[in-house]
Design a protein around this ligand. Structure first.
Ligand SMILES: Cc1ncc(COP(=O)(O)OP(=O)(O)O)c(N)n1
Ligand SMILES: Cc1nc(C(=O)O)sc1CCOP(=O)(O)O
Length: 452
């Protein structure tokens, strides 16, 4: 068996961005996110950060061609993309060289950086249209790029469709997708013209980081083509990938922060780690259930573990026990399975705690007793509390705001990080003790010390 055939390869023919946000660097990270081996032909080295492009140094057309040939002849290319192509000579060399091979080619017609710097010389536009666009399996312009290529002004979705059709029917690309990020619509709508038909791809507009969006989107399509997906399916996956990458953008630098390509694999991986760790801890809790029994509140217990701070925004990003943990004979038992979004109270408590101490991602609740608090203090734990009777009226009026307010109040009351926060309850509200820790194991360790 030749295992090599299972490794798919994607080639990026583009410029390097020293800030790691766009260009070759964004493309390689995207290829990796989809499990595809990345190959490169660097056409230009840019000295760039999130604010500006300070210098551009183009590689010679001969060396660009040699890079493509070197990888195509030996390793093989399942799909390729172009990004910044800089000048007409490079464009001609790229066109001459890719023509010798049969791989699908995604063309991201990069013209201007987010920071405003031109990345394609004025006099190279005609060469791009004449030599590269006709070789494209897909062209992925944004609004200004589509206007330049098609020669029409784009204000509406209908205009975007016209431009996509011109790029295919008049300029010779097999397909074109005009990205709607610059159109003033309530959603991010991209229109594809392919095989004589239009298709729209919609996603909610998300606030986040956008440096390298064009590069990463086209690289994601390329990676999925390399993996054998059809064009329309490859675009669908790429759209999900880029929406997520913008939302969880890497907040670095002082200018346009870059898309986070890692999130595509990191969130599922972290979810799995959280799930495994919490499952193990809940099993251990059930094993030592006899000594936990006296501390189970009337409303039951929950045990939660949040994703790392970068990814923990709402209770859906926190895993907990569905149906909580309840008394069961002479032990305790998880009622349901471990799921993200299964907790409301503890999830909100942990999310607030993480705003102050991002490393604290897990918590568990117990019935309040003075004895428990005395033991915690004797064991050297830092204990704080909040009093629900002091809750301001405007917080009371806001659904779900009491616990975050209480946790914040308790944290600010203490100098240093609390291990335990309790409250004495209120009308129809049971008094509660919350144990916090970095992980479920850490919470269990504290729980064992308290209940020994
Ligand atoms: C080397 C290099 N290539 C491409 C770009 C364009 O990236 P960006 O400025 O973020 O714009 P889009 O990715 O959205 O087209 C660049 N800046 N540098
Ligand atoms: C009902 C309740 N109130 C708590 C408090 O801290 O006041 S802890 C708790 C139990 C856990 O709830 P969940 O499953 O929503 O996390």
């Amino acid at each position: 068996m030749d295992a090599r055939k299972y490794v798919k390869t994607a080639l990026t023919i583009a410029g390097s961005d020293s800030g790691g946000g766009a260009g070759i660097e964004a493309d390689l990270k995207t290829f990796s996110a989809f499990g595809v081996h990345g190959l490169v032909a660097i056409i230009s080295v840019t000295a760039q950060n999130t604010q500006e492009v300070r210098a551009i140094y183009d590689v010679s057309p001969e060396v660009v061609a040699k890079q493509i040939e070197a990888v195509a002849d030996d390793i093989g290319v399942d799909a390729a993309k172009t990004g910044m192509l800089s000048n007409a000579e490079i464009i001609k060399a790229v066109a001459r060289t890719v023509k010798k091979y049969e791989f699908p080619l995604v063309v991201d017609p990069v013209m201007i950086a987010k920071s405003g710097a031109p990345l394609l010389r004025e006099d190279a536009m005609d060469a791009l249209i004449e030599y590269i666009i006709p070789l494209a399996t897909l062209v992925t312009p944004n609004k200004p790029e589509a206007e330049k290529l098609s020669g029409i002004k784009i204000e509406t979705l209908e205009d975007a469709k016209k431009a996509a059709k011109i790029i295919v029917e008049e300029l010779g690309a097999k397909a074109a997708i005009v990205k709607g990020g610059h159109l003033n619509l309530s959603e991010a709508v991209d229109v594809l013209y392919h095989a004589g038909k239009f298709r729209e791809y919609r996603a909610p507009f998300v606030e986040g980081c956008t440096h390298g969006t064009g590069c990463s989107f086209s690289a994601a399509i390329t990676a999925n083509l390399a993996k054998g997906k059809g064009l329309e399916e490859a675009i669908k996956v790429a759209k999900e990938f880029i929406t997520m990458g913008i939302f969880y953008g890497a907040r670095i630098g002082k200018g346009h922060c870059p898309v986070n390509q890692n999130v595509w694999i990191e969130i599922p991986a972290e979810k799995w780690r959280v799930y495994e760790s919490l499952t193990k801890a809940v099993r251990e809790l059930e094993r030592i259930g006899d000594r936990i029994l006296p501390h189970v509140p009337e409303v039951g217990m929950n045990f939660v573990y949040a994703l790392p701070r970068l990814y923990a925004r709402t209770p859906k990003d926190v895993a907990g026990v569905k149906g909580r943990i309840v008394r069961f004979g002479n032990t305790v038992k998880a009622v349901g399975s471990i799921e993200f979004g299964a907790s409301s109270h503890l999830a909100r408590a942990v999310l607030k705690f993480m705003e102050f101490y991002p490393e604290i991602r897990s918590a568990l609740n117990l019935r309040y007793s003075r004895g428990l608090i005395d033991r915690a203090q004797k064991n050297g734990f830092k204990v704080s509390f909040y009093d629900r009777r002091e809750e301001p009226e405007e917080i009371k009026a806001k659904e779900g705001a009491t616990i975050p307010w209480g946790i914040e109040t308790a944290i600010k009351r203490l100098s240093g990080r609390p291990d335990i926060i309790y409250h004495l309850g209120d009308w129809e509200k049971e008094a509660m003790v919350l144990i916090f820790g970095e992980s479920p194991e850490d919470v269990l360790r504290k729980l064992k010390m308290l209940t020994e």
